[in-house]
Design a protein around this ligand. Structure first.
Ligand code: EPU
Length: 350
């Protein structure tokens, strides 16, 4: 086991925030995780599991031992009557894995192309885009219990998936409670890709592409390429401008609340949900409050998508986690004052 000391986390988080870890170990297998757990001195200050670092805001240095998950591997593991089961190690790049499934002739993940981060992080926030969420394709995952070193497997129901939410985002309040935050390290994820594939094309951005190109029955590769182009046009590339994707969740309100806001702001972007509630576009709410392009210190609101906060200081003068959170709180206050809606941050604040 190789323990790195006083490690810069700046290249390991997509915001590019400058923070340091006292110790870090890269783990490629469950045996390597167990070797770390067996070293009481190393784990005395606690553990912090790091994947691709694309959904975190670091607000300070980490005293806890950082476990950087680098478990490799991609394979087809099974075929059932309706699905092909594919597996990837938690350390694999999500986007590369999506491309690999298409190379194998296995469609189903194309709408989730170009989402930054690793396979292991994908169930944590139940990644989603353009009408598909991870939970729609999820089969099961293997994880290791950081308290006991035991390996366990969870199916979709046990992961407690919700909108950008899962059991891995909740800390147990009491022993035995639902909640595995800080408790589980995801090693491998298995997905069930439908053998009878049907494209998911309901999003306006995709409909627009179909009209522009005249392609009415795109294949999975075509959809993948459109999604990549749509995301590149709208979202900042973390390799160029640090960010963690959407910074807030899209809030849901009652139809009455929605009508009340429309009475004052007829252009409100809203989507009726199957359960009768209404989802609002947080990006629109923030934009309507005039935040697009606004800057506080080196943190700013992206000028093409108000839902994304960015690091405008580059790698030389990066935004601090404090600046990002000060900006986030100012946005929350103004959206609350104008619309009466509390926006909830989407990334994990560390
Ligand atoms: N809008 C504005 N101004 C803005 C931004 C958005 O008016 O500055 C309006 C747009 O015109 C559009 C609506 O808001 O009508 C929705 O915007 P968009 O289509 O960009 O999607 P989103 O709701 O902002 C969500 C996900 C994204 C995902 C896209 C596509 C969340 C928190 N975000 O964004 O996921 O890629 O839909 O499915 O649910 C992420 O989670 O990090 C992420 C990028």
């Amino acid at each position: 086991m190789f323990v790195e000391r006083n490690v810069s986390l700046q290249p390991l988080n997509s915001f590019g925030i400058a923070a340091r870890a006292a110790h870090m170990v890269r783990v490629r297998s469950e045996d390597e995780v167990r070797a770390v757990l067996a070293d009481a001195g190393l784990t005395a200050a606690g553990l912090f599991v790091l994947g691709g670092g694309s959904n975190i805001v670091l607000t300070g240095d980490l005293r806890a031992l950082v476990l950087k998950v680098e478990v490799p591997g991609r394979r087809v593991v099974d075929q059932t009557a309706r699905h092909t089961i594919v597996e990837a190690g938690a350390g694999e790049s999500w986007h590369d894995f999506v491309g690999w499934t298409l190379d194998q002739g296995l469609p189903g993940l194309e709408n989730l192309a170009l989402i930054p981060g690793t396979v292991g992080a994908s169930p944590v926030q139940n990644i989603g885009a353009y009408g598909v969420e991870l939970q729609d394709r999820f089969h099961e995952l293997d994880a290791i219990d950081l308290a006991t070193g035991e390996l366990f497997t969870l199916n979709a129901a046990q992961c407690g998936f919700g909108y950008r939410d899962s059991v891995f985002k909740h800390a147990p309040a009491q022993p035995g409670d639902f909640g595995l935050a800080g408790r589980a390290l995801i090693l491998r994820v298995r997905l069930a890709l439908p053998r009878a594939w049907r494209p998911v094309l309901g999003y306006l951005d995709l409909e627009r592409r179909m009209q522009e190109t005249g392609i009415s029955a795109p294949d999975a590769r075509q959809i993948h390429d459109w999604i990549v182009a749509i995301r590149r046009a709208k979202l900042p590339d973390p390799a160029v401008i640090g960010n963690a994707g959407s910074f807030f969740k899209n809030p849901t309100v009652t139809p009455e609340q929605c009508q009340d806001i429309i009475g004052r702001d007829p252009k409100l972007v809203h989507y009726p949900m199957p359960d009768g509630s209404v989802k609002l576009a947080a990006g629109w709410l923030i934009d309507a409050c005039g935040w697009k392009g606004k800057r506080m210190g080196n943190a700013a609101v992206y000028d093409k998508q108000a839902l994304v906060l960015v690091n405008q200081g580059g790698s030389q003068h990066p935004a601090t986690g404090g600046e990002v959170m000060t900006l986030a709180r100012a946005i929350q206050t103004s959206v609350y004052e104008r619309f009466g809606i509390r926006l909830e941050p989407e990334p994990v604040v560390v």
